[in-house]
Ligand binder design. Structure first.
Ligand code: ADP
Ligand code: MG
Length: 458
């Protein structure tokens, strides 16, 4: 029987899955595509060189074992890093075959084309224009027509949560690719960007990571406020930023605050952010909220009487994601409980959302939950003790407080024995790094997050 590359790879994946943590499996193996299986050789395609290096460094033994098990002693694995013929020279410079030190075959590396990570559904066509987003939207359209060639470089989009930054950033990326499929557009959250850097530092492969970024035509980084306090990441970003700028590549950044208000971000980086255009997204007015909801809900919107739609759009002003949530939940309630869609039902649904919002959770309650979990007296979290489990519990509490309350870093610090804001940032980053590197810790954080969320509902 001749086996297809898909089924061979599926068999490999089952073995790999048993041997690596889920998070690694999802990050490093799910994105791989099998492309060929011929004379005992399975060819798989990886999104980029960095990916290939990482797999080679971390999973080579598992891969060898798997190939042996699935394909037998003659089995071979060959990698392909996505190829495009148009820019042969560019890629040759970065990847000469001499620095490939593995036993496997890497066929003709020409232009490396990266996975863009763009979400296709976020486009300009469904990004409703209003006074609140006119500047950002039109700057975005200009950038998408001439990436790297307008004065809007970097384009920094900032605004409160739920106002459409991520949507706009993806819309620009999607429009660039639609116009010119050869462009390497890469979208990353700041979290992913940072964890790539952390990994590269650990592996000593920063140079290669930087090379990888130099091959990008448009780099989109979402939520750069999370660069706060991460000095090494900022240094490397500064380097990448300058290189891209000098070669007229486009940079698009989003942030929940204006560049000048980015706490814990290096001044030289902030001054770079100000070079291009900073466009803020404001809360949409009533008419725009209505138009966005019509666009979002599509034909279902017709099931909602116009006075009810008005009522909801009138009452939820600040966050489009929340507005969407209310309408979806309204439709669900009507379906599940056979209710009429009327103002009464709308009131109920909004109340659920709004009371949850007002009630929220306080830093004190978070500290209590965490202390309970660690079975330590809550007072120890604000004491000076440096016992390891207390330190971790304290750092975790700060991390959760940052994510689940509106409190400033300063006021969070005040709850834990008067720590200053840089200590809070340091704690939050420590937790993030541990989440990235330690799966048991990651599970612990999820469990605590569930507890916090439960306490929001009850
Ligand atoms: P942010 O990144 O600023 O937190 P998002 O981009 O995730 O916000 O937007 C939240 C939701 O609101 C998304 O579903 C997005 O599609 C929608 N949205 C925001 N602004 C608009 C708009 N102008 N037109 C259509 N949908 C929008
Ligand atoms: Mg976002």
């Amino acid at each position: 029987m001749i086996e297809s590359h898909d089924s061979v790879w599926q068999n490999c994946l089952s073995t790999i899955k048993e041997n690596v943590p889920d998070s690694s499996f999802n990050t490093w193996f799910k994105p791989i595509k099998p492309i060929k299986y011929d004379s005992n050789t399975l060819t798989i395609q990886v999104p980029n060189r960095f990916f290939y290096d990482y797999i080679e460094a971390h999973f080579i033994n598992i891969l060898k074992k798997t190939i042996y098990q699935v394909l037998g002693p003659k089995g071979q694995l060959s990698y392909k890093i996505v190829v495009d013929n148009t820019q042969a020279t560019k890629a040759k410079e970065s990847f000469s075959s001499k620095d490939i030190k593995n036993p496997f075959v890497i066929p003709g590396l020409k232009k490396v084309k990266f996975d863009s990570n763009l979400i296709e559904k976020y486009t300009f066509e469904n990004y409703v224009e209003g006074d609140c987003n006119k500047l950002g939207r039109s700057a975005g359209i200009s950038v998408s027509q001439k990436p790297g060639k307008t004065a809007f470089n970097p384009l920094v989009i900032f605004g409160d949560v739920g106002l459409g930054k991520t949507h706009l950033a993806h819309a620009i990326g999607n429009a660039i690719i639609k116009e010119n499929g050869d462009q390497n557009v890469v979208y990353l959250t700041t979290e992913t960007f940072t964890s790539q850097i952390v990994t590269a530092i650990r592996k000593g492969s920063i140079e290669e990571l930087i090379n990888f970024y130099h091959m990008i035509d448009t780099l989109i980084i979402d939520d750069i406020q999370f660069l706060s306090g991460r000095e090494k990441t900022q240094d490397i970003f500064f380097n990448i930023f300058n290189q891209l700028q000098q070669s007229n590549k486009q940079i698009i950044l989003t942030s929940d605050r204006a560049p000048k208000d980015l706490v814990g971000v290096n001044d030289r980086l902030i001054s770079r952010f100000k070079w291009g255009l900073t466009a803020d997204l404001k809360s949409p007015d009533f008419e725009t909220r209505l138009a966005i909801m019509q666009e979002k809900i599509g034909p279902d919107a017709e099931r909602i009487p116009s006075n009810v739609m008005d009522y909801i759009c009138f009452n939820i002003k600040k966050n489009i994601r929340e507005l969407e949530g209310v309408i979806i939940s309204l439709l669900a309630q009507a379906n599940l409980n056979n209710r009429n869609i009327d103002i009464d039902l709308a009131k109920e649904v909004i109340q659920k959302f709004v009371t949850q919002d007002n009630k929220g959770i306080s830093v004190e309650n978070i500290a209590k939950l965490v202390a309970e979990h660690f079975q330590v007296p809550v007072e120890t979290l604000s004491s000076k003790t440096r016992k390891r489990d207390i330190v971790i519990a304290r750092q975790l509490s700060m991390y959760l407080a940052k994510n689940y309350t509106e409190d400033s870093l300063k006021s969070i610090g005040a709850n834990f024995g008067g720590k200053d804001h840089s200590t809070v940032i340091y704690s939050i980053n420590t937790v993030r790094d541990l989440i990235d590197t330690d799966t048991i810790f990651k599970d612990l954080v999820s469990e605590l997050e569930k507890k916090v969320e439960m306490s929001l509902i009850n």
